[in-house]
Ligand binder design. Structure first.
Ligand code: IPE
Ligand code: IPE
Ligand code: MG
Length: 250
């Protein structure tokens, strides 16, 4: 992506969050891990509302990775039912704020009740244009890239495209995030300094903000702090500092 000579926008167009630390939050309080997940859904609501108020058009939340299927069965089951409850409970919020729901990931493997409520919510909110909330469910970046490669290979096999038609734009359009801008800002909570297989292709030029705060304790003040940090970053996209335009003032 190239930028013009104008200043980089202070507010990110797309924020993606690795919501981490629910289990540790619960453990610190002598509670079962799932209590942390339950509290985490409150944070999701708060952050969605905050993003909407601020006018951030794309918010993507990493809710469940493919690797997370390997966790103890009762934890996975609770996560799936919390997800279902969350979608049922938050549809009015999405209606009120005109938020569109999208999902990225290998969703075919989700339990049927979750798939049902997902497709109902996606259909009910499809006409909303104010903000797109995307949930990463049974998602990993590598899996998404492999599925995109398969779709492209199938098109090539059918003779619909030639190898030289495969460009970055064509590849992007076969990813689950097709049509969405790349994330400008990726936030990770809980002090871990890794990407854990999230948006590997899309975060090529994202700014990263890491915070020690555990996800259930993350809220509007922390979110605003991350946005403020982003606003002071000088995004250069491989160019020299002079070419990339003025550095934001501290
Ligand atoms: C994030 O919290 C939620 C999911 C990955 C589903 P964790 O459950 O990973 O919490 P920690 O990292 O064990 O504290
Ligand atoms: C990343 O958190 C996945 C989600 C937030 C859904 P994890 O807790 O699964 O990541 P690792 O295992 O610490 O890398
Ligand atoms: Mg974790």
């Amino acid at each position: 992506m190239t930028r013009g000579d104008s200043d980089p926008p202070a507010l990110p167009h797309h924020v993606a969050i690795i919501m981490d630390g629910n289990g540790r939050w619960a453990k610190m309080r002598g509670l079962p891990r799932v209590e942390g997940h339950r509290r985490g859904t409150r944070t999701v609501r708060e952050v969605v509302e905050c993003a909407r108020e601020l006018g951030i058009p794309y918010l993507t939340l990493y809710a469940f990775s493919i690797e997370n299927w390997g966790r103890p069965k009762p934890e996975v089951r609770t996560l799936m039912s919390l997800l279902r409850e969350f979608l049922l409970r938050e549809l009015p919020l999405m209606e009120r704020h005109r938020i569109r729901l999208r999902v990225i990931g290998d969703t075919a493997v989700l339990p049927l009740p979750v798939r049902r409520i997902l497709s109902r919510t996606i259909a009910a909110t499809a006409g909303h244009g104010e903000m797109t909330l995307t949930l990463g469910l049974s998602y990993t970046g590598r899996n998404e890239i492999v599925r995109a490669a398969r779709k492209i290979a199938a098109e090539a096999t059918r003779g619909e495209i030639a190898p030289e038609d495969i460009t970055e734009a064509l590849f992007s359009s076969h990813l689950d995030t097709s049509g969405m801008p790349d994330p400008d800002l990726v936030i990770r909570t809980s002090g871990e300094l890794r990407i854990s297989n999230f948006l590997l292709w899309q975060s090529a030029y994202a700014e990263f903000v890491f915070t020690d705060v555990l996800w259930p304790d993350f809220g509007k003040p922390e979110f605003r702090r991350a946005l403020d940090e982003y606003a002071h970053r000088h995004r250069r996209f491989g160019l020299t500092g002079d070419q990339a335009g003025p550095s934001p003032r501290r």
